[in-house]
Design a protein around this ligand. Structure first.
Ligand code: ZN
Length: 237
């Protein structure tokens, strides 16, 4: 006889009723997360409370459509994630300014000893579009300066694809941004040392949200090649 699933009676705190609809939805999502990982499965966070040992560090775009944890169907504790506009890694610059990306890299590489770093770009990146189209309103204080981390990507695209259509130029620039961020990772001496020793491997991934495919930067050819092919037409909803 099949076991009857216990019914979950959700008792929301009265404070939740006064929240904006978006927050109510997010809090309900947190309740499902809690039920899954704290009520039903007690083991995972029992281990994670002792510390984290992630499979990889992923550097992804802040874009709401490209969450690396969702895209890789990962569990809590699986991925150490850095997200910013256009998934950029600025070069090593040991000055006294605040470097959020560098601090997170340092923690992941020198303290957690991750073995793999994935820079994950994506199609339709708004940051890349702004770099190519100079569409800054002039009111932005930070976006234009931030995108200068990969100013060279635009120069390369201007040289290689001066007359290509905007979509092709964007796609190329998104991919060059990944290559440049991978180069910048190697300007960090402790990343370079770990990579040279074979303790750390760097990867470039490109999520093609136009068709659902995943491309990987190939070491040999320097090109992005299919890692997971787009969903076959017959399987699309
Ligand atoms: Zn993006």
């Amino acid at each position: 006889m099949p076991l009857k699933r216990p019914r979950h009676h959700v008792h929301y705190h009265p404070r939740l009723r006064r929240q904006a609809p978006a927050l109510v939805r997010l809090a309900a999502g947190f309740r499902r997360f809690q039920r899954r990982w704290f009520c039903e499965d007690h083991n995972l966070y029992a281990d994670l409370r002792e510390g984290q040992n992630p499979l990889a560090l992923v550097i992804a775009c802040s874009d709401s459509r490209v969450d690396p944890v969702l895209l890789t169907d990962s569990r809590p504790g699986d991925l150490f994630v850095i997200r910013n506009v256009a998934n950029l890694v600025p070069p090593y610059a040991p000055d006294l300014t605040c470097h959020g990306v560098s601090a997170a890299l340092e923690y992941a590489v020198r303290h957690l000893h991750v073995c793999d770093i994935i820079v994950m770009g994506h199609a339709g990146c708004g940051g890349i579009r702004s770099l190519l189209e100079d569409d800054s309103t002039g009111e932005d204080e930070f976006l234009g300066v931030w995108m200068q981390v990969i100013a060279r990507a635009r120069k390369i695209v201007d040289r290689l694809l001066p007359d290509a259509d905007p979509a092709e130029r964007r796609r190329a620039c998104e991919m060059w941004g990944i290559r440049i961020s991978l180069e910048n990772l190697l300007t960090f001496p402790w990343i370079r040392t770990a990579a040279d020793r074979g303790d750390l491997t760097l990867h470039g991934w490109y999520f093609d949200l136009d068709n659902g495919g995943l491309l990987q930067l190939d070491d040999q050819t320097g090109e992005f090649l299919p890692l997971i092919r787009p969903c076959p037409a017959g399987e699309r909803a």
